[in-house]
Ligand binder design. Structure first.
Ligand code: ATP
Length: 303
């Protein structure tokens, strides 16, 4: 059975539908990325799963729990814009978070020490005020507070979007380690981050899931390719010849490169190269370009 099953989840704010009929199930031990452009409804879904918003309709069912059970103990949550008490030290903040999660004080202290080591905040740094921490340190501290009570599901809202490259790398490395121990659902609009650490993607557009699956499956499904051909001269002359090949859809000139799309790239390549060899075309370059992840994303979310 799945850890979490979401069925027909919808959320309206006054007259604005932010999330519409979203259904998915979350298997145990997976890291899933919720991807979508600004305003797609990512935060609304995550806040609803974390129990901070109530859905307008639909159900969220945790494994073996009645739908009205308080499941906050099973979930850890880091909001998109976490707010810290800058005057607290990192350790004080974690002990405080542990107590809020109903851990006895001694256990909260023990967990805080364990987690500070885990997230790479030294003993000295843990005694400093949070206001002196870097963005990456704050975000790692935010993740530590979210897992202080050992939740089964960790929910992270845009965990790396606001960080510089060093902070981003630190947080991605931590997430990579944590996914060995718990299920993670995180939102992002950065595809390469999702590609790097998630097992599966949920693509969201205007409050609806428009695509779901493993990155590899989605790449195959949306795979398109383009041939880019450079000529020494007379591009126009060869454009017509290339367009006469039945498998070629269209070609466009951009400076000294001809961009060719085809219904069957392998055959189009074979025929273009055969004609080029036979007629000694003045080629300078010949490249096959696979569609990037961004191309796939644009295709799916802008339909
Ligand atoms: N409290 C609110 N009241 C009214 N509308 C809201 C509220 N919160 C969000 N919305 C609207 O709901 C839609 C979804 O917002 P949401 O924040 O969930 O999207 P998002 O995908 O997380 O966006 P972003 O990437 O910009 O954080 C947006 O159109 C937003 O303007």
């Amino acid at each position: 059975m799945a850890l979490l099953t979401v069925q027909n989840l919808s959320k309206k704010y006054q007259n604005k539908t932010a999330v519409h009929n979203v259904s998915f199930s979350f298997p145990h031990g997976k890291c899933i990325a919720l991807i979508g452009p600004n305003g797609a409804g990512k935060t609304t879904i995550l806040r609803t799963l974390a129990g901070l918003l109530s859905p307008t309709s639909g159900t969220i069912q945790f494994e073996n729990k009645k739908s009205n059970t308080d499941v906050r103990g099973m979930i850890g949550y880091l909001p998109q814009y976490p707010v810290f008490h800058g005057w607290m030290t990192g350790k004080e903040f974690l002990v405080y978070s542990g107590e809020l999660a109903l851990l006895p004080k001694s256990e909260a202290k023990h967990r805080a020490d364990e987690l500070l080591e885990r997230i790479g905040i030294s003993k000295e740094a843990s005694k400093e005020r949070i206001s002196r921490y870097s963005g990456g340190m704050k975000q790692r501290l935010g993740i530590a507070q979210a897992i202080i009570h050992k939740p089964m599901l960790l929910i992270l809202d845009e965990p790396v979007s606001s960080l510089d490259p060093i902070g981003r790398r630190e947080v991605l490395t931590l997430m990579e380690e944590l996914k060995q121990e718990m299920s993670i659902l995180f939102s992002t609009h950065i595809l390469s981050d999702a590609d790097e650490i998630s097992d599966e993607l949920l693509l969201l557009r205007q409050g609806e899931i428009v695509e779901a699956g493993a990155m590899q499956e989605l790449r195959q499904k949306y795979q398109t390719a383009k041939i880019e051909i450079g000529f020494e001269h007379s591009l126009e002359d060869y454009k017509g010849k290339i367009e006469a090949i039945p498998e070629v859809n269209e070609s466009k000139i951009d400076r000294d490169i001809l961009h060719v799309t085809a219904s069957d790239i392998a055959i189009a390549r074979q025929k273009i190269l055969a004609a080029a060899a036979k007629e000694n075309w003045p080629l300078t370059t010949f490249t096959i370009n696979r569609a990037s992840l961004e191309d796939m994303f644009m295709k799916v979310v802008s339909n």
